[in-house]
Design a protein around this ligand. Structure first.
Ligand code: TXA
Ligand code: MG
Length: 306
């Protein structure tokens, strides 16, 4: 906040600059054929945390990872025959496939919100394709708008809610579809429609609301052990996740940096679950900026399980 946002027309120079920013761990707004995305290196947890910071998202929803082709997609996710057929028919294009994560995927757990699945898309827009090639990284990208605001279909829409919060907007004019991609899950031998969009997928059954619909945080990873919030010290049977002055067994950020804490959150929860103590306690996290999203996720992790 407070910095100025550059808006530059799509071309080779701006792609080189955008790739430099991505390598430095910063998010960049880039047009796709659906809506403008706010893209960052999906293998860099702190870069992904900066997406949430810029959007002011109050919770960590899993993000779509953009890759150049099906071969790159297969390094991140496992495609069954139905998923592969959809990819062959519609990629590059406005279709996102949710598939099980592959071994050795390298994607930051903040991108998948700790889920065992990943949403992947091969975009068609030349600007996003050029940035994928120039950065050489899978790019996590939600729509480039502040949380709760309308999805951007023009560069000026991005500025309307993110001006001063990001370094660069690549201007590619109005997007072709103006509507987010269709999302289909292929995780269990069936095809489920998670979000309707520009592509109609025959044979995809609408997802049952409350079970797998996008953004339904109940379906997200929660530790198997009870979790206590705002703990300044641990009982003998508790594994303490620290922050700032509370060291704990494993700190989200010894210096109290919320970007670092967000980047480490899901990995820390996995480690705490595996640590062998009966319960988990978490140090107080300030309830401002990214701390709101961290506390939202922790509150859900601490809520009674179904
Ligand atoms: O057209 C689009 O898809 C745009 C452009 C930029 O690619 N992106 C976009 O991202 O709409 P976003 O973050 O606004 O929406 C991502 C959706 C969310 O509803 C999220 O819940 C869902 O994808 N999602 C991501 N990973 C998932 C997963 N593993 N399982 C279920 N849903 C997932
Ligand atoms: Mg969105």
């Amino acid at each position: 906040p407070g910095k100025s946002t550059e808006i530059r027309p799509f071309g080779p120079d701006v792609i080189a600059e955008a790739a430099r920013l991505v390598s430095a761990g910063l998010p960049v707004a880039v047009p796709t054929e659906t809506v403008y995305g706010l893209a960052a290196d999906a293998t860099n947890a702190e870069a992904v945390a900066r997406i949430y910071e810029a959007k002011g998202r109050p919770s960590f929803n899993p993000l779509i990872v953009h890759v150049p082709d099906l071969a790159a997609a297969k390094r991140l996710g496992r495609f069954d025959a139905a998923a592969e057929a959809l990819a062959a028919a519609h990629w590059p294009g406005p279709l996102t496939l949710v598939v099980p994560l592959a071994e050795g995927h390298g994607i930051a757990s903040l991108v998948t919100a700790g889920l065992p699945t990943i949403a992947i898309r091969v975009p068609a827009h030349p600007a996003m394709r050029a940035l994928l090639e120039a950065s050489g990284r899978p790019l996590a990208a939600p729509s480039a708008n502040a949380s709760g605001r309308i999805s951007p279909t023009r560069a000026t829409h991005v500025l309307a809610s993110l001006d001063g919060r990001i370094a660069l907007v690549i201007d590619g004019g109005a997007t072709a579809h103006g509507l987010e991609s269709t999302i289909v899950a292929a995780t269990d031998g069936t095809l489920r429609l998670l979000r309707p969009g520009p592509i109609a997928v025959a044979g995809a059954v609408p997802a049952t609301k409350g079970i797998e619909a996008p953004g339904m945080m109940e379906s997200h990873y929660a530790p198997s052990r009870p979790l206590r919030l705002d703990a300044t010290s641990a009982a003998p049977d508790e594994w303490l996740i620290g922050f700032g002055p509370v060291g704990g067994d494993d700190s989200l950020s010894p210096s109290g940096d919320l970007v670092e804490a967000a980047a480490r959150l899901f990995d820390s929860l996995h480690r705490a679950d595996a640590a062998g103590r009966d319960k988990i306690a978490v140090a107080p996290i300030p309830r401002d900026g990214l701390g709101l999203a961290i506390n939202d996720r922790l509150a859900r992790a601490a809520a009674p399980r179904p």
